[in-house]
Structures are given as structure tokens and as C-alpha cells.
Design a protein around this ligand. Structure first.
Ligand code: SF4
Length: 428
């Protein structure tokens, strides 16, 4: 059987193995046709499929629309194939390196909270452990994380929770309250425990009694700094109930453009700031996370406006922390993003380099964004604890003008600052 027929016979299997089912039927037909012409290898087909998925995700046209014309004369079939692949890669890379542009009106997508199935499970162990994204290669605060709920009802494009949990099932542990009440805490040690890594801390309110359990836990253990991290506006339960002073409520914030385009189903910026304002008025210590900061054409103006608004609406003594971080990926999350049918997002449209075992922006972009943020929030430097989350120590000195000699020193400084803020608020 001639070689050409062999390739034709193999091609459907090759296309399947390289994930072409992620593309529209039309794109699959186009790619199959070109593959018959150029005899792409499996690896080349995989790259072409991934790039075609990215272009669709970025609303940057189809592979057919960007397909380069490769001259016939003077080039052997292998050279023609390589020239073509190089041209496609260059186009894709150029889109990644230019500042991302978000549409004025976000592309409407079928995000609905209805997809969430809430299930009650009985877990053997309490989900208490070390921060799942901490690394020995980054300057880390040794946060302990408590999984009150598994999986999230929001849909932020860049979120790594997707790679931990599967599907739309959100799990409530029916024995959570009992196990948390039985948790042994060393009274001679200070703890910093956060909820908000396995799900949003406030979006579920007091479903399954989770907030009551957390507030009782904090009341029992004043040496525990309990951080409820959220993108929600759902603060009713906290407004109606006594909140111990060692509970911090912290919001992840982003610009309106990014919230509208990449943080689906979450509360708007106005709703988040209003919720934080109401809890601060109730004497609860608040804080703000800018993680991920995302580099796009209007990032400086939009983040600048956000920082100005923040210092205008909150007084430094009400705020315990500001953390900064940016888009950082592990490969499973990128694979998961590219596998979502019809998914619209630009969080992969970025110059991506290997960074401390993960994939992220080049150093200069990170340093520029972090430095801009820190300088714009200058009025808070003396009273608010600033830190970089999940970043290499090499950024601290250039951004903050200081660094910690170790993660332990960072952890101690953070806890001391939060405890001082809590006791100051207690005496207010
Ligand atoms: S700095 Fe960030 S990644 Fe590191 S332990 Fe703390 S919260 Fe986790």
C-alpha cells in the first residue's frame, strides 16, 4: 500500500489523539485537508490544534483565516511543512506578545450558576493542610488552608481549582462542623488559616452551617487568624451575627474589564467594595488580594483607578493586607482551559515563560505591574501588610525595597502585623 494511503488511514486516529474534537467541524475538516497535503506529524497536529483552540478562545479568527500561503517552487515537502508551521507559530506568538485587548462588551458566554450541583458528602478527614500552591521556589507565607466546601460556584477563567475538582459538583461535608469543633489547636502558637482555596468563603452563606462553624472556631481560638477570602457580596450572615475580631474578611479584586471578561458569576467590583465597606463599618478587619493582576492594553489606567478608589473608600487602619500576584499556570490547568468547549477567555493570550517550575509572564512585566501597584498604594505602606503571593524572592527587593530571609520570617512578620491590626480594631 502506497505511503500516501497509509497516512490517510492513520489521519483520523491522529486527529483524535491530538484533540481536534475541540475544534468546530469546519476547522476539523480544514485541518484534516491540510494534513493530507502536508503530512503533519502527531506532535505538529497537536500544536496546530492547540493554537487553533487558542485563536478561537481569543476570538482571533480561525486557523483557515490565518493559514499562510507557502510557495511551492523550490521547496521540498518537508521544508514547505516547516515553513508553514513556523508562519502559524509566529502569528500565534505575536498575538501572545502584544498587549491583550478586551472587547468593550464582554463576549456573552453561557455561564450559569444553575450548572452547580450541590451534594452532601461525609468525609473522613477535615480538609486542613498547607496552601496547595505554595512552593519552595517562591517566597511563601506558610498559610494553612481549610476546605469548608469543595469546588466553587464561580467561574474564573484562570482558576487552578478547576484542576483539583471535576465538573460542577460542589461538596459540603455534613460532618464539617463536628470535626472543626474537635480540631486540636495548640494554645501557645499563632495560626493563620484561610478558607477560599477550595471554594469561595462567603458565596454559600451559612449553608450546612459552615459560617457558624467557622465563627465558633475563631471564637474558641483567639490565637487563630481566620481569613475568609472571597469574590462574593454575600455578607448577610456576617452582618447578622457576632464576628470574632480574629476573623479577617478579604476580597480578591480586579478591574471591571477583567471581572466582566474573566471572573464569571462573581460579584461586580462595586458589590465587592460595598460588601467590604459594610463589614469594615462593623469593625471587621478587611484586606484585598490583587491576584491575578493581568497585563492588558489598559491595565495601568484601570488598576490605577482601582487603587485610587480603594485608598479613597478605606482607611489604612481598617485594612490588614494587600497581596499581589499574577497569572501563573501549571500545565494541567492550561490543558483544562483548552478542553472547555466554546470557552472564551484571553488569560492564555500572554507572553508565557517558564517561571520557577510554572508558566507565567516574563519578569519585567511582573515587576512593572507589582511596582506600579505598590507605588500607587504608597499612602498605605506604613499601616498595611504588603506581600507578593506565589512569587520568587527575586521580585521582593526591586518591588518593595525589602525581602524576608526565609518563609518563616515572612510568616512571622505577617502574623505579627495581622495580630496588631486585630488588637487595634478590638480596642477601637
Ligand atoms: S504566599 Fe500565597 S502561595 Fe505562598 S503560601 Fe502564602 S497564600 Fe500560598
Amino acid at each position: 500500500m502506497p505511503e500516501s494511503n497509509l497516512y490517510e488511514d492513520k489521519l483520523p486516529g491522529l486527529l483524535q489523539q491530538t484533540g481536534s474534537e475541540r475544534l468546530s467541524d469546519e476547522q476539523q475538516r480544514f485541518l484534516s485537508g491540510q494534513a493530507q497535503l502536508f503530512r503533519f506529524t502527531q506532535q505538529e497536529l497537536k500544536q496546530l490544534c492547540d493554537m487553533a483552540v487558542d485563536l478561537a478562545m481569543w476570538n482571533a479568527g480561525t486557523m483557515e483565516q490565518v493559514w499562510p500561503l507557502v510557495p511551492n517552487e523550490g521547496l521540498g515537502p518537508k521544508q514547505r511543512r516547516q515553513r508553514l508551521l513556523q508562519a502559524v507559530r509566529t502569528h500565534w506568538q505575536t498575538l501572545r506578545e502584544q498587549p491583550t485587548r478586551y472587547p468593550e462588551i464582554p463576549v456573552s458566554s453561557s455561564y450559569s450558576a444553575e450548572r452547580i450541583q450541590r451534594v452532601n458528602v461525609e468525609k473522613d478527614h477535615l480538609g486542613l493542610g498547607w496552601c496547595p500552591v505554595a512552593s519552595t521556589r517562591t517566597r511563601c507565607c506558610n498559610l494553612m488552608t481549610l476546605d469548608a466546601v469543595e469546588n466553587c460556584g464561580f467561574d474564573c477563567s484562570y482558576c487552578s481549582i478547576q484542576s483539583f475538582y471535576h465538573g460542577d459538583e460542589v461538596r459540603f461535608d455534613s460532618r464539617f462542623t463536628e470535626k472543626l469543633a474537635r480540631l486540636e489547636i495548640d494554645p501557645d502558637r499563632f495560626y493563620h488559616i484561610g478558607t477560599g482555596q477550595s471554594s469561595d468563603s462567603l458565596m454559600w452563606g451559612n449553608q450546612a452551617g459552615i459560617l457558624d462553624a467557622l465563627l465558633n472556631f475563631a471564637a474558641q481560638h483567639p490565637n487563630v487568624i481566620l481569613e475568609l477570602k472571597t469574590k462574593s457580596k454575600n455578607i448577610n450572615h456576617l452582618l447578622k451575627h457576632e464576628v470574632p475580631p480574629n476573623v479577617l474578611c478579604t476580597w480578591s479584586l480586579n478591574t471591571p474589564t477583567l471581572i466582566a471578561n474573566e471572573e464569571h458569576l462573581t460579584a461586580s467590583l462595586d458589590e465587592r467594595l460595598r460588601a467590604a465597606r459594610r463589614l469594615a463599618d462593623k469593625g471587621i478587619v478587611v484586606g484585598f488580594h490583587f491576584h491575578p493582576m493581568i497585563h492588558y492594553d489598559h491595565w495601568r489606567e484601570d488598576y490605577g483607578e482601582l487603587f485610587q478608589r480603594l485608598t479613597g473608600e478605606f482607611d489604612a487602619h481598617e485594612v490588614a493586607l494587600v497581596s499581589l500576584g499574577t497569572l501563573t499556570y501549571i500545565k494541567p490547568v492550561i490543558k483544562q482551559l483548552r478542553a472547555r468547549p466554546g470557552f472564551q477567555s484571553r488569560v492564555l493570550q500572554m507572553p508565557m515563560v517558564e517561571a520557577d517550575g510554572k508558566l507565567s509572564y516574563p519578569d519585567e512585566i511582573k515587576q512593572e505591574m507589582f511596582s506600579f501597584a505598590y507605588h500607587t498604594l504608597e499612602s498605605w505602606h506604613d499601616e498595611v501588610f504588603f506581600y507578593l503571593c506565589m512569587e520568587n524572592p527575586r521580585f521582593w527587593q526591586p518591588v518593595f525595597g525589602f525581602d524576608y530571609p526565609s518563609n518563616e520570617a515572612f510568616e512571622t512578620a505577617m502574623k505579627e502585623h495581622y495580630l496588631a491590626k486585630i488588637s487595634a480594631r478590638r480596642s477601637d
